[in-house]
Structures are given as C-alpha cells and as structure tokens.
Design a protein around this ligand. Structure first.
Ligand code: C2O
Ligand code: CU
Length: 498
C-alpha cells in the first residue's frame, strides 16, 4: 500500500473517535473507561512456543566502555569523541531464548558506569542500577553480568547513571533474542534511531538544558538511523522482511509508518502480537517495534518514515534487488507467543501513579533524611540545585544525586502477586514510562485505542491514563520516565518487596 505523507501527522489522533475522546476526558479515576482494540477476527493467534531442548549456549562477551573517535557528520566531516561499547557504534548481541549471556563490562571511561538490560527480565542483581542493585563500576574496574534470557525479542542496553551524558555520547547496544519465528523471514534489518547533540566542529553540545529538562527534553542537532544521516540498504525483492526498529533517542517521540510496502506490526517492545496492519504507530523514547513487510519487485523502494516532525524524516530507505523470493499473497506466519507471567486481573491490587511537576517533593524528601548521617549534608548540598528538580511521581521527586542514600520506595510489592497500575499524566508533555525487570500488560488508554499488548515502556500522553498489569518480581525495580532528562530531574522512583 503506497501512501503519501498527507495528514499523517495527525494519524494517531485521527484514530480517536469523537465519542472516545469524550469518554476519555469525562471518565473519573474510580471508574476508568478504557479504550482498547478488539481482536481482529482475521488475525492469526500466536503459537505456543516449542520447549527448548538443546542445552543453552553460553555467550561470553566483553563490552569495553571507552572513548573512541568516530565520524557522525559524514565522511568529510570532523571526528567526534564518542563513548561506545565496541569499536563500532551500537554493538548487536544475538542470542536465542534460553541462552546464557556472560557480558563483562570493562570500564575504560573516566567516570563510573554500569549496564542496564532494558526490557530483559533479569534477576534483580543483574539489573545494573548503581547504588540500587549494584555498586558502581569505577574507572579501570570490570563487572560481569551473567543471566539467562527468558524471552525472545528486541531489547537494548545502556548505563544507568549520568544517562544524558553517557547515552548522549553513544553508550548503547542491542540485544536480539531469537526464537519467536515459526517460519523464518527472508531477511532482517535493524534500525536504531538516535539523535546527537553535536556542534559543527564535531564536539558535543550540553546534553541537558534546564529549558529542555523542564519541558519535552533537549533535542539533538543531528538525526540519525544506525549512525547515518540517511540510512539505505539493499533488500531481497518480493521478500518477507523483518524490520526491528528501536527508538533509542533520549527524548524523541515518533509516528512511524511504511510507504512502498504492506507492513504489519508483529511485536511491541519485543513481545509478539497478533499481526496488525501498520497505519502509524507512536513510539516514545526506549520503545521498540518489530514489523514484517513484503518488499517490492527489484528496483522498488520502501521507506520507513517518521511522520511526527513538521518535516517527515526517513528512518530508512530500502531498495529491492535480485529475483523474487515469494509469490502469492502477503500472509506471514504468526510468531510464537512470549511466556510472560499472566497477571490475575480479578485479584490484582490496584495502585495509581501520577506523573507531575515537582512540588513540595523536596521538602518531604528532606524530612526522611537522618540529620546525624554525614551523607545527609552531601545530599542536601546536591538538592540545593533545586532548580534542577522539575518532575515527580506521586508528588515525590527522585533526588538528583542522592542515590547513596536511597529514598523510600514508591510502593512495596509482593513477589508473585498481581498488580494493576493506573499511570496518569498530569503534565503537558508525553512521558514514556518504563518499569525495570517486568514485562507488563497494557490494558488500555483513556484517550487512544491501543491493542492489548505486552511492553516494558509505555507512552503516556498529556492528560492520558494508561492501565497496566503485571506479576511482581522479587527485588528493587526502578520505575521512571525514559526521557533521560526527566528521570534525572525527578521523574523516577522504585518498588521494593513487601
Ligand atoms: Cu532503559 Cu531505567 O532504563
Ligand atoms: Cu518524561
């Protein structure tokens, strides 16, 4: 289906019927009116995955976080000093469900770091959050992450302290866990969208600004896909192509669509869904989307586009070549379902979380500090930069630099019990909300028709309420907005066990 960009900017609001909008605005918290899409009768259900019988493979990898000189501004442009996990930008680790990853982070930076495995249901001590689940990995030190991959999908990894700076310099990698395909696709393309805050001489501009942090975030000056200003690739003709798209920008929201090919959504945040035709799909920072599309005949072009900005941005241009791979209608086989624990909605405990501006949060946090603890002074000194705390969850702001002395958890959850959370955005900006260590079920929205699906990050638009449900895992798990400046200026908290 070939489409023009006409009217695309409003693609997702167009999906919202007038009645739906009225229901959404008028509904009270006590009786949430949820909109969700009914299952498409024609959709083929996901398949039950086969049991893994071969012994799991062990993958030993070393990820050296280090400054490296690379060119982002074109072949003739200046070099930039990026921080990367390997000699190339964005390493991709490919494993199979059930495999074991032993990844040694070697810190060759001049500041401490760690690795968080975004979306992967790891044991809590492998979650990579400095001061919460592990000690910081200091310069010159190493730390080995060792865990089994329970779910198939498209995941990523990044540091969890000074995120604007470390991710801003390029510290990102991808984890692809295979095993969800019941029939193999003909080819696969991975697209990593990330902007850079670069000056013309190739040096970095400040990653965070007060004006950005207090609003929708500080945007980059250079948009890239896979580190290129315009990413192109040859693909086989008349083929079923899997496309894995990751929005790894610190800030950006995208409305993604495909022109030049019929496309279906097959996974969200790596979790298989019954194939849905792609119109446009809105992706906040940290979201991933897996598509399958039927490429055109040789010479034909497919564009993966972001319709959100005033000027459409092409994330990729794929050109078909060679003999046709397939004849007949486009009818991709369903994926194997993931095996995420299913929340028991009838018994789930309901809680609600309001994402808002920082208020008297600092004062209430200070009340929790022990005046005899020498760290209190350090934390208070940090908090004197109060202009840098803009955001809060349930009126509580994460202390800017107070990780050494953990604030109390947002809530205590019982491992194995089901919870149903209402996420409510009380600000004029969208917030992509991420829960560590869990894959939650998105039940619906007060504003948009969303399919019921599993995710680890969900975009909550201004004035929107989103309902999620999940089975709590053991440990301390971070819960935050994935606009990196928002989590650094207060919109973060964690859950501990009851
Ligand atoms: Cu990608 Cu704390 O998250
Ligand atoms: Cu946010």
């Amino acid at each position: 289906m070939l489409r023009t960009g006409e009217g695309k900017r409003d693609g997702s609001s167009a999906m919202l019927t007038r009645r739906a909008a009225i229901v959404g605005l008028g509904a009270s918290l006590a009786a949430p009116a949820l909109l969700s899409l009914p299952r498409r009768p024609a959709a083929k259900p996901l398949l039950t995955p086969p049991t893994v019988s071969t012994p799991p493979a062990i993958h030993d990898v070393t990820l050296e976080a280090k400054a490296r000189r690379l060119k982002l501004l074109g072949k003739d442009g200046p070099e930039s000093t990026l921080w990367t996990y390997g000699d190339a930008l964005f390493p991709i680790l490919r494993l199979k469900r059930g495999d074991r990853l032993r990844a040694t982070l070697k810190n060759s930076l001049t500041e401490h770091t760690s690795i968080h495995w975004h979306g992967v249901r790891v044991p809590n001590d492998m979650d990579g959050v400095q001061y919460v689940t592990q000690k910081p990995v200091e310069p010159g030190e190493s730390f080995t992450y060792d865990f089994t991959l329970p779910d198939t999908g498209t995941f990523f990894f990044h540091p969890h302290c000074n995120e604007t700076g470390q991710v801003g310099h390029g510290l990102l990698g991808v984890v692809i866990v295979a095993g969800d395909e019941s029939e193999t696709f003909d080819d696969e393309v991975v697209i990593i969208a990330k902007d850079w805050r670069l000056a013309e001489d190739g040096s970095f501009l400040p990653f965070s600004t007060d004006s950005g942090a207090a609003r929708a975030g500080t945007f980059g000056t250079l948009r890239t896909a896979n580190g290129a200003k315009s990413f192109t690739r040859k693909v086989p003709a008349a083929a079923d192509l899997r496309l894995r798209l990751l929005n790894l920008d610190a800030t950006r929201m995208m409305d993604v669509g495909v022109e030049g090919a019929e496309a279906r959504i097959i996974a969200i945040d790596g979790n298989p869904v019954e194939a849905m035709p792609l119109d446009t799909w809105r992706m906040g920072a940290a979201s991933r989307l897996d598509l399958v599309l039927r490429t055109p005949k040789a010479g034909g072009k497919v564009r993966l586009r972001d319709y959100f900005p005033a000027e459409i941005f092409d994330l990729a241009e794929l050109e078909a070549e060679g003999p046709d791979r397939r004849a007949g209608p486009f009818d991709p086989a369903p994926l194997y379902a993931s095996q995420v624990p299913e929340p028991d909605l009838a018994r789930a405990e309901a809680q609600s979380f309001v994402f808002g501006a920082a208020s008297d949060a600092i004062a209430s946090f200070i009340d929790t500090l022990d005046p005899d603890d020498p760290l209190t002074k350090v934390i208070l000194d940090d908090l004197c930069t109060a202009s840098r705390t803009f955001w809060a969850i349930n009126k509580r702001s994460w202390p800017n630099d107070g990780h050494r002395n953990l604030p109390p958890p947002l809530a205590r959850l019982k491992p194995g019990e089901s919870y149903r959370f209402t996420l409510q955005n009380a600000t004029p900006h969208p917030h992509p909300i991420h829960l560590h260590g869990h894959t939650f079920k998105v039940l619906g929205s007060s504003k948009r028709k969303l399919p019921v699906h599993y995710a680890d990050t969900v975009l909550v638009l201004p004035k929107e309420r989103i309902e999620i449900a999940f089975v709590a895992a053991a440990g301390k798990w971070m819960f935050h907005c994935h606009i990196l400046e928002h989590l650094e200026t207060g919109m973060m908290g964690y859950f501990a066990n009851a």
